[in-house]
Design a protein around this ligand. Structure first.
Ligand code: DX5
Ligand code: ZN
Length: 220
């Protein structure tokens, strides 16, 4: 049985309060932090980069039990592996669509001390991970087109989640985009166990309640 992890996406933070908002989400039960890096090329938006991630890692060091999950929405992900390894993030998730050589990239990420995730855009079929599932720690099934927070969840991605879950029973399967109290049932039922939520967590009045509920639905 895979474990539930809730990963607040910091894209939905008030960036003037980033550190305290991340600490608050952690104190409300989030054991992952989802860090969306966008380069304005792979996706039509620019978000945050290394100085921000470094500051957060300084504030919340590795031994505090917050898993830094970097979602790299960038062209040429190979270029950024060393830097993120030096910052000591926990995981580097690259987009399948952004690399010509996923096997070499997976190897490079591991050599730099990080876990590996592979992300699939909505139009990328689940079968592309048939030969990668055994080599990575997580598959991320995007449930929106990457690039922006606050979009609507795409339920039509759930067969992809189910396909991957059925094939790789102990793998972390993450969903990202439009997750919240209204959409968690579909995702949990399909087999997702790592739930990214930006607006649903950071805009909530009672974050603990939202995080507890998301976790509970995965564990049901
Ligand atoms: C979108 C990002 C998501 C986004 C999720 O490209 O990958 O992580 O911040 O935001 P919500 O939960 O608001 O859809
Ligand atoms: Zn993301």
């Amino acid at each position: 049985m895979v474990k539930a992890h809730i990963a607040p996406s910091i894209l939905a933070c008030d960036f003037t309060q980033l550190g305290s908002q991340c600490q608050h989400a952690h104190s409300c039960g989030a054991d992952w932090l989802h860090l969306d890096v966008m380069d304005g090329h792979f996706v039509p938006n620019i978000s945050l980069g290394f100085p921000v991630i470094q500051s957060l890692r300084n504030l919340i060091p590795k031994d505090q039990g917050v898993y830094f999950d970097c979602h790299m929405m960038v062209s040429n992900p190979e270029q950024w592996v060393e830097e993120l390894g030096n910052i000591k993030v926990d995981q580097f998730t690259f987009h399948y669509e952004s690399t010509k050589d996923p096997l070499a990239l997976i190897k490079k990420i591991r050599e730099h001390g990080m876990k590996v995730g592979v992300a699939l855009k909505p139009n990328t079929p689940a079968e592309v991970v048939d030969n990668l599932g055994e080599l990575v720690d997580m598959v991320l099934v995007m449930t929106v087109e990457p690039g922006f927070g606050g979009q609507s969840f795409m339920p039509e991605m759930m067969p992809k989640v189910k396909y991957i879950r059925d094939k790789f029973t102990s793998l972390d399967v993450q969903v990202d985009g439009g997750l919240g109290l209204k959409t968690i049932d579909a995702a949990a039922e399909a087999g997702a166990n790592v739930i990214v939520a930006g607006t649903a967590i950071f805009n909530a009045e009672d974050q603990k309640k939202v995080i507890d509920t998301l976790k509970q639905k995965v564990n049901e």
